[in-house]
Every structure is written in structure tokens, then in C-alpha cells.
Design a protein around this ligand. Structure first.
Ligand code: UDH
Length: 284
């Protein structure tokens, strides 16, 4: 029985690998380039300054803001942009790239930066889908559609560094996609997680508390590359994450988009992305 079952799985996996979404003329696998020469910038004359692009011959159903939390990761950003612009354009996406940079050397607050990205992106365009992505995560399969769905979507569950398997059932980190309505329903991320860890588990609890489910595409289409790196200075383990997580459901309606405060410093329009520099204050 076990033999027959594993044969069935293998046949199904092969079937999924062969599906070719010809409507989009996209193919698997996607050829990620990690060695990007310093002077190499993706060229598309139609793309607007600030990293916004729309498909030429159709009106996309979703307007997608891709929001990246950032500090001191220039080399990863270059690789991400070089790979992701062609990837998104092949998927006929109407999208803009927002890199939200934390000013100063205080502990990093990934979740707060993502909340800020949501607000800052909406000042520029009528986005209705938000993809919150780490700067070092790149999809390996062109069929992995960077779109929102009927439930919040987890898009980094099949990482190469974890052997393409979901590490634990409630994992919801790396890359997640929310419609505007879904993100408002959970009041965004918590603003209280300073340092590494916990904010993604908190978001998972918000989604479930709000009565939604997590969606994940199959593990083959979702194969994803995580660029290896060391832990960044200023992003040490957050010792407060466990006590915060215990009260996640109770906190969610008072801690998030509706309690977000920060100081906008400046916006910089680069050819391939919009960078917003912000002062997010310090841990309480
Ligand atoms: N980020 C920055 N700068 C920082 C810290 C984090 O830009 O100083 C952003 C960046 O987008 C990054 C994301 O926050 O992709 C998540 O941070 P992370 O990459 O540190 O988190 P991850 O869980 O890595 O992916 C954990 C540290 C790995 C150490 C492994 C040692 N073998």
C-alpha cells in the first residue's frame, strides 16, 4: 500500500511539473540569477520610475504593491530586483515595488516596516493586493502567481533551505499576500515585535482569529530560493516574542494599522523601486 501510495505521489508531482500555463506563456522552472554584475540593471523602457509597471495589452484585475522591509541589504536587493521584475512582468502584473528602510541602528522591526509600506504605497496608487516579501526570497517557478487570493496566502512555505517542506503547520513568514480587505480585517501586523522572530506567528494568529484560513499553492509550484546569509546586527532574537504571542488574539484590534506611528523621512524614486526611509522609534 505504501509503495502504491508513493508511486501515486510521484506521478502527481511529475504531472504538476509538466503543466504549462500557456495562457500566460510562462514556464517552469524560473532561472534565478544570483551573480548579478554590479552595473547590470533590468531594462524595460515602459516601466515608470519608482519600479511600477503595468501590462501593455490588458488591464490587470489586481493592483499589487510589493512591500519589502529593509536595512543594509543592498546586495540582496539588487539580486531580488534583477530577478523579480522580469518574473512579475511575465505574469502580466500591475505592480509597484516599495522598499521600506528603517533609519538608525536600533533593533529591527520587520512587521512595523511592512505596516508602513502598506500605508505609504496607498498614498501613491489604488493598490488592492499587498505582497509582503523578505528581500532575500525569490520564487523558483514562474507558475507561482504573485497574486492575492480569497484567503491570505503564504508563498514561502517550500524554501530550498528547508528542503522544500513546510517547517511547521502554522508557519506564515517570508512572503505573504493579502488583499486590502484581508489586511484591514486583521488590523495589519503587530507593531510591537522588535528584533528577530514572532511577528509572523502573530500574523498567523490574527488571520485565524479573524475567521480566515491560510492558502498555500502546491510545493512544486511554490519552490523558493532563500539567499543564505548570517544574522544581521540589530536583529537579535526578540526575548519578548513568547509573552506577546500568548496575547495575540486579545491585542490584535488595538495593536496594528490603527496604532501605527512613525516619522516619514523621505521617499527616493529609483529606476527599479521606490524607497521610503522612516524613523520607527524604539522598543517600549
Ligand atoms: N532585514 C533587513 N535588514 C536587517 C534585518 C532584516 O533588511 O538587518 C529584512 C530583510 O528583508 C530580510 C527580512 O528582514 O529578508 C527578514 O530577516 P532575516 O532574513 O534575518 O530573517 P530570516 O528568518 O533569517 O530569513 C534568519 C537569520 C538566519 C541566520 C542563519 C545563520 N545560519
Amino acid at each position: 500500500v505504501i509503495f502504491l501510495f508513493s508511486m501515486k505521489i510521484m506521478v502527481l508531482e511529475k504531472y504538476f511539473e509538466k503543466i504549462n500555463f500557456t495562457a500566460f506563456s510562462i514556464h517552469s522552472p524560473y532561472n534565478i540569477q544570483l551573480n548579478v554584475p554590479l552595473d547590470n540593471e533590468f531594462k524595460n523602457e515602459r516601466m515608470s520610475f519608482g519600479g511600477h509597471n503595468k501590462p501593455e495589452n490588458c488591464i490587470a484585475l489586481q493592483k499589487i504593491a510589493i512591500v519589502i522591509p529593509f536595512r543594509n541589504r543592498e546586495s540582496h536587493l539588487k539580486i531580488w530586483l534583477h530577478n523579480m521584475h522580469p518574473f512579475l512582468q511575465k505574469q502580466q502584473a500591475d505592480y509597484g515595488i516599495y522598499v521600506i528602510e528603517q533609519h538608525g541602528n536600533l533593533p529591527f522591526n520587520r512587521a512595523k516596516l511592512l505596516n508602513i509600506g502598506y500605508k505609504e504605497a496607498l498614498k501613491e496608487y489604488d493598490y488592492n493586493c499587498f505582497i509582503f516579501s523578505d528581500v532575500d526570497i525569490i520564487p523558483m517557478d514562474q507558475r507561482n502567481l504573485y497574486r492575492c487570493s480569497t484567503n491570505p496566502k503564504h508563498m514561502a512555505h517550500a524554501l530550498d533551505k528547508f528542503n522544500f517542506r513546510l517547517l511547521y503547520a502554522t508557519l506564515f513568514g517570508g512572503v505573504v499576500a493579502f488583499t486590502k480587505e484581508q489586511f484591514l480585517k486583521v488590523n495589519g501586523f503587530s507593531n510591537l515585535f522588535w528584533g528577530w522572530g514572532g511577528e509572523d506567528d502573530d500574523l498567523y494568529k490574527r488571520v485565524i482569529t479573524a475567521g480566515m484560513q491560510i492558502e498555500r499553492m502546491n510545493n512544486i509550484i511554490s519552490k523558493t530560493k532563500a539567499i543564505p546569509h548570517k544574522r544581521d546586527p540589530g536583529n537579535e532574537d526578540n526575548p519578548k516574542s513568547e509573552p506577546l504571542l500568548e496575547k495575540a488574539a486579545r491585542r490584535m484590534y488595538t495593536d496594528g494599522l490603527n496604532s501605527l506611528n512613525y516619522t516619514f523621512i523621505r521617499v527616493m524614486k529609483h529606476r527599479l523601486y521606490t524607497k521610503v526611509l522612516v524613523d520607527i522609534g524604539k522598543p517600549e
